[in-house]
Ligand binder design. Structure first.
Ligand SMILES: [Zn+2]
Length: 422
């Protein structure tokens, strides 16, 4: 149980309470060289970078990246804009609505435009892996999935918009990857393979859909990424891959039986010392409430299936984060990039704000050592650093949501949030 130890041992003073997660896992010399509490993000120091690369694994995670529909229409190779929604029939209308709200976009944009300020944060944090939930199909298929109402596709020729940001892998077990039929899914998988982008959660048959994306980090451990789509996120029942049909890795419920099934499926695929991520597309789009069954399932993944990080998404806004047995549970990352700028409703949740999740793990012990969040805002179909006021809003929200989950956040001088066990 050593690797399961809590970092949140009783804090007897506020000072102790506010110690960063990283502190107890850093050696004395590391603490002397760069106290992460008082010296935010000293990562442009090459010595620190070198030390990090020897001992620590830093993962970048985020929520939905929706490069289809209107985002596809501003990229260099816009695909067929036809959509079959009840009000809008042309994806370009979403561009127009956004421009009316936040100003003109100089189209076509470059492939890396959509990542905006995130590119500098990637440079600064130097994550070993960059993982996203890709919430669109990548296809020219016109075989719209009937009865769904909202169907996302990006032209395969726009795939450089993902490689331009150095994305390493994506999760596909979500409610949009099959929006343009089986032909659309096949083209999505082929396009990702040709671009050397690893994926999990969808496949040509069930074995591939259940298999993890496997990343071998030079001189370090392997990272395994499993992806599941729970029906509460709007995944249609019949999207489950079978032995003879392509599809995704669906979870029909979050019961003890399902947890046992997941545990049995993961066990033969993992080796000792692997870092294992379970990526869950689950829950509704709006609201802070975290269903009890999600909490039970996430904690069960950590306790029984040996999962190191639970990466939850589907909510359009960030939700509370838990550190359970020193393993992070993100219940809802929030959208990272979407085309909702011109659409009103649910303003109280600030769906325009998002977070970059940088999770650092000790490569030897698997312990969580640092959890940092960079507040972002989607504007002009681009990821921007959030203003100081908006970053504070996110910090307050996470603190408020963290009361129940025993986590707190502290904002550094540069606006980066650090998550702590309270
Ligand atoms: Zn979704």
């Amino acid at each position: 149980m050593k690797r399961r130890k809590f970092l949140n041992q009783t804090a007897s003073s506020l000072a102790l309470l506010m110690l960063p997660i990283s502190r107890s896992a850093l050696s004395d010399s590391q603490q002397r060289a760069g106290d992460p509490q008082r010296h935010p993000a000293p990562r442009n120091n090459s010595k620190i970078k070198q030390r990090d690369s020897d001992a620590l694994i830093t993962l970048f995670l985020c929520g939905d990246v929706m490069t289809g529909r209107a985002i596809d229409q501003i990229l260099p190779y816009p695909g067929n804009p036809e959509i079959f929604e009840s009000y809008l029939k042309d994806a370009r209308m979403y561009v127009e609505l956004a421009e009316r709200t936040t100003g003109p976009i100089a189209k076509p944009v470059s492939f890396d435009y959509i990542w905006g300020d995130a590119l500098a944060e990637f440079e600064r944090f130097s994550p070993d892996l960059r993982i996203i939930n890709l919430e669109t199909s990548i296809t020219r298929s016109n075989d719209v999935w009937q009865g769904k109402g909202i169907n996302y596709r990006m032209n395969p020729r726009n795939i450089p918009c993902l490689t331009a940001a150095g994305i390493d892998g994506c999760t596909l077990a979500n409610n949009h990857v099959l929006d343009w039929g089986f032909a659309g899914l096949e083209e999505t998988l082929t396009t990702l393979e040709q671009a050397n982008l690893k994926f999990a959660g969808a496949g040509r048959e069930v074995e591939q859909a259940r298999a993890p994306a496997v990343f071998t980090l030079p001189g370090k451990r392997r990272v395994l990424l499993f992806s599941y789509g729970h029906i509460s996120s709007g995944v249609p029942y019949n999207w489950q891959a079978t032995e003879t049909q392509a599809g995704i890795n669906v979870l029909y419920d979050l019961s003890v039986d399902t947890l046992n099934q997941v545990r049995r499926q993961i066990a033969p695929m993992r080796r000792d010392n692997d870092v294992v991520i379970a990526s869950m597309h689950w829950g509704s789009n709006w609201g802070y409430r975290i269903p009890t069954e999600q909490k039970r399932f996430a904690r069960g993944l950590i306790d029984q299936a040996g999962i190191d990080i639970v990466h939850g998404h589907s909510s359009h806004h960030p939700k509370g984060i838990e550190i359970y047995h020193n393993r992070p549970i993100i219940y809802g990352c929030g959208d990272f990039l979407n085309d909702y700028e011109g659409i009103s409703g649910h303003e109280e949740y600030r769906g325009d704000l998002g977070l970059m999740y940088f999770i650092t793990i000790d490569a030897r012990s698997g312990e969580l050592t640092r959890f940092e969040l960079v507040p972002t805002q989607i504007r002009n179909f681009r990821v921007n650093r959030a203003s100081a006021g908006d970053a504070q809003w996110l910090a307050d929200m996470l603190d408020w949501q963290g009361r129940e989950l025993q986590t707190r956040v502290q904002m550094n001088a540069d606006g980066v949030l650090q998550l702590f066990s309270a």
